[in-house]
Ligand binder design. Structure first.
Ligand SMILES: Nc1ncnc2c1ncn2[C@@H]1O[C@H](COP(=O)(O)OP(=O)(O)OP(=O)(O)O)[C@@H](O)[C@H]1O
Ligand SMILES: [Mg+2]
Length: 354
């Protein structure tokens, strides 16, 4: 501890408090004994037990920060240390501990730079790359295996050709679909903050989506009931809205089948005061509640085996969510295990065309 330091005058302390309050990060000022002189409201929010005159070590359990304060109190230069917490939330701060010598009074100033969000984004980015690579590697490995077999032992075996080539085509289509989905996700992300402005009829979008999906519905013997008005005008991007509707109906047909049977899907298009609501309801096995909040994450599948077997990439609902957000709309998912699932999308109405 540096001896011969004078204590801070009350007016100096008040000036510090005013300045700290003006900063847009948590800031704490300590005296040379590491007692709290000033803490701005952001620091208080971060450490609710923070009080004037309390020893910081009693409030902040961060040994590296406390050591840095001791060094600075002993005359060292400013230091930069990391402080991380796992509970109750994951936090990561870069803490700067700097001496401020105010004509003979030592004040130790702590400022906190929040790195939690950049770290979370960084982790999301690397998870995303790992997931995308994994999804591509699986069909690629299978394709390479078949190519080797066809070049080697099955070179002159027409039966093997007839058996393997359709599987190879399937795997290649799967990879190509995955890449298309990744590209559209990134395109939608790039335009996320630009509201679409075209006048779009959701009833027409629904008819077009059903035309597109009728072969799948027939193949899966799905029974689809539609309740829709003639027109339902919204403001939107027609290509994106058709993707939303197709994704939801396709999921209901693929995952909404009753055990041992086919899917019964009810689609309702309803005009509200301010928006148009499209809901797609099935009577299938439903989704366990723990999966619901994560369904719109990229590559997340409630039942990975059944989704992969059906050629799903787990990107459909991530695309739906992004499109709905871009339209300032809402996506609500309700599911009762054993009874079925309902996906409802609300898109703001086009007032002039209503
Ligand atoms: N109607 C539904 N009933 C039960 N589970 C569903 C339903 N809709 C979606 N799911 C679950 O949610 C998961 C995520 O759906 P999503 O549309 O994002 O991906 P996917 O259908 O597997 O792949 P993709 O849409 O890219 O073909 C699915 O894998 C499935 O497990
Ligand atoms: Mg899907």
């Amino acid at each position: 501890m540096i001896s011969g330091m004078r204590p801070l005058e009350p007016s100096e302390r008040a000036a510090f408090a005013v300045m700290a309050q003006a900063m847009n990060a948590p800031v704490i000022a300590l005296d040379a004994q590491a007692r709290v002189l000033v803490a701005n409201s952001q620091a208080q929010a971060l450490m609710p037990a923070l009080r004037e005159n309390v020893l910081l070590a009693m409030v902040l359990r961060a040994p590296d920060v406390i050591d840095a304060i001791a060094c600075v109190a002993g005359g060292a230069e400013a230091q930069q240390v990391a402080w991380s917490e796992r509970f109750p939330h994951e936090l990561l701060f870069d803490v700067r501990v700097a001496p401020a010598n105010l004509s003979g009074a030592l004040v130790i100033v702590l400022s906190f730079l929040d790195l939690s969000e950049p770290r979370r984004l960084e982790r999301m980015r690397s998870d995303f790359i790992a997931n995308a690579s994994h999804e591509l590697r699986t069909p690629l490995a299978s394709l390479l295996g078949f190519v080797e077999t066809l070049q080697g032992p099955a070179r002159d075996d027409p039966a093997a050709h007839a058996q393997f080539l359709p599987i190879m085509a399937d795997q290649a289509r799967r990879m190509s679909r995955l890449i298309d989905d990744l590209l559209s996700l990134s395109r939608i992300e790039q335009t996320q903050h630009v509201r679409p402005s075209a006048r779009v009829d959701m009833a027409d979008i629904l008819r077009r989506a059903m035309d597109e999906l009728s072969p799948l519905a027939q193949e899966e013997r799905a029974v689809v009931t539609i309740n829709a008005p003639q027109n339902a005008w919204v403001v939107g991007d027609p290509d994106e809205l058709i993707r939303v509707v197709e994704n939801l109906i396709e999921n209901a047909i693929k995952y909404g089948a009753k055990p041992g049977g086919s899917a019964h899907v009810t689609i309702d298009l309803a005009l509200g005061d301010h928006d148009v609501e499209l809901s797609v309801q099935d009577e299938g096995p439903g989704i366990e509640p723990e999966h619901l909040p994560r369904l719109t994450e990229r590559f997340y599948r409630a039942d990975a085996k059944s989704s992969r077997a059906k050629g799903g990439t787990g990107l459909g609902l991530a695309i739906v969510k992004h499109i709905v957000v871009r339209h300032s709309g809402r996506l609500v998912i309700e599911s009762e295990p054993g009874l079925g699932t309902k996906f409802a999308v609300r898109i703001p109405k086009n007032k002039s065309g209503a």
